[in-house]
Design a protein around this ligand. Sequence first.
Ligand SMILES: C[S@@+](CC[C@H](N)C(=O)[O-])C[C@H]1O[C@@H](n2cnc3c(N)ncnc32)[C@H](O)[C@@H]1O
Length: 337
Amino acid sequence: MSNQENGLPEENPYPELKLPELLSSDTLKSLHEAIERDWDLLQRSACQTAAGRALWKQEINDPLAELFAGETYLKAIYEKIKKDRINNAREISGVILAVRTLWFDSRLEQALESFNGGEAQVVLLGAGMDARSYRLSCLKDSTVFEVDFPEVLHAKATIIDAAVNSKDEHHHPTMTTKSLTRVPADLAEDDWLEKLQISGFEPNKRTVWVLEGIIYYLPHSHAVKVLKIIADKCNLTNTVLLADFMNKQATMLSSSTFRFYCDWPDQLLPSLGFSEVKLSQIGDPDANFGLLQDPLNLFNKLRSLPRSVETHMEDGTPCGRLYLLQASGSPDNQTSS
Ligand SMILES: C[S@@+](CC[C@H](N)C(=O)[O-])C[C@H]1O[C@@H](n2cnc3c(N)ncnc32)[C@H](O)[C@@H]1O
């Protein structure tokens, strides 16, 4: 059906997707071809997440997101958002990712402030194409560690090098951290903390752990073990953990790669030793950033239902929820909500 038949104006109702020139350089073209060809679903989720951030650039200033994402994933999410906008959808594709990223940004900043200045460690577990080390000024005194599979971290470094050496000023990255160390490791193995320590991480120092979009990709026992290792081996008085959890219904929403779920992460974390735990849901006052105004959108509807409700009464669809958790080990060391 043409736009005219649709009743839509003939001119393009949604701005065209403009790709950065650097993406068509030989280096980045062949790198992204290899990513699509050789990486598994887990690893490719890093680029899909970057694509979401790139398309929500009004909200998230991420100069590297388009380069990290690559053309295929950018086009895929662009088409989804365009369709949602044209259809006046209540939830625009990627909004959950935008809110999640902004929530982690703001909690990370608050946590660093709560340490009353000075140095801190920030560990990004399953860092993927997270560009916080290039976009957050609050990290200026922080020693940042990025943990992910070797292929992912290697590709990330190649893309950053290409951007640094390019003439494209818009995508020129400047590191905002005191230092950045990439630590190749598999979180499903037992030695990831040891690898972090060999790379300079100190378990007793003040640390913010960022587990964004990672925990539900791990098998159940490994996910709990990762949390337990942090709780057991690190000084929790000096620890702030930030993590998102899916409930069981959320992992059932697609025939997906999601494995770990937790309906009550605010009970799981205290059982592991965290004493101060705060839970937010997407759409809560501290987790909407003005992006979820419509009271009838899915996230606001979910928030109005008790957390134990598993399916929507109207149509029997699952109540998939994403929980955002902040946890630490001592009341003296809390950040304010
Ligand atoms: C959805 S992405 C999120 C990346 C990043 N946290 C962000 O928000 O942009 C998930 C990341 O977890 C990584 N990952 C999944 N399982 C992992 C494992 N067992 N060990 C290390 N990294 C893993 C993937 O390679 C991918 O980069």
